[in-house]
Design a binder for this molecule. Structure first.
Ligand code: ADP
Length: 166
């Protein structure tokens, strides 16, 4: 009998970028299933896209049965992981600037739940400068973000900025 390996990939995904999709796709090479957990992050008080929109972007990119998309709020990530019966948290790393925060987070989570391991994947070269916040900044001023986010996210960004110009 083989044991199914599952990882939780948590984040804000506001919106989904090709940096995120790369981590999910590569995660599937290591895990039987990836649960993408869309957070209402208390540190990011306002998001551009609603949780439903953020979930929908991921669903459109990954209709696969081995990608589960879920949301979580107002609870510790380790408690969420336990509730899902999962002991691996997957995170992506871009630059040194990510490292310090991620190191803190991983160690805090280890302290809270020693049985849960955080696994890091280095970003692909093509995506190391891609972040959701920079994408929103570029799109706001009409910059071309194609190739950095999935096409349906490009459309949603355009629509969002058209709506705010009304
Ligand atoms: P959070 O608010 O939790 O940082 P994000 O949606 O910004 O949520 O990021 C979720 C995860 O994806 C984090 O581990 C982040 O480092 C990673 N990530 C974001 N962008 C990229 C990228 N371009 N390449 C690799 N990993 C990334």
């Amino acid at each position: 009998m083989s044991i199914s390996r599952v990882a939780i990939y948590p984040g804000s995904f506001d919106p989904l970028t090709n940096g995120h999709t790369s981590i999910i796709a590569r995660g599937l090479n290591m895990f039987d299933k990836v649960i993408v957990a869309v957070a209402h992050n208390v540190r990011k008080s306002s998001t551009m896209f609603t949780v439903e929109e953020r979930v929908s972007f991921i669903e459109q990119a990954f209709p696969n049965h081995n990608v589960e998309i879920d949301t979580f709020a107002s609870m510790l990530l380790v408690d969420y992981a336990r509730a899902k019966g999962c002991n691996v948290i997957l995170r992506g790393l871009r630059a040194v600037s990510d490292f310090e925060y991620e190191l803190q987070l991983a160690n805090m989570n280890r302290r809270l739940a020693p049985d849960i391991e955080t696994v890091f994947m280095m970003t692909e070269e093509a995506h190391f400068y891609v972040s959701s916040s920079l994408i929103k900044e570029v799109a706001r001023f009409g910059g071309d973000v194609r190739g950095m986010v999935p096409d349906h996210v490009v459309d949603a960004l355009h629509q969002k900025y058209l709506d705010t110009q009304d």
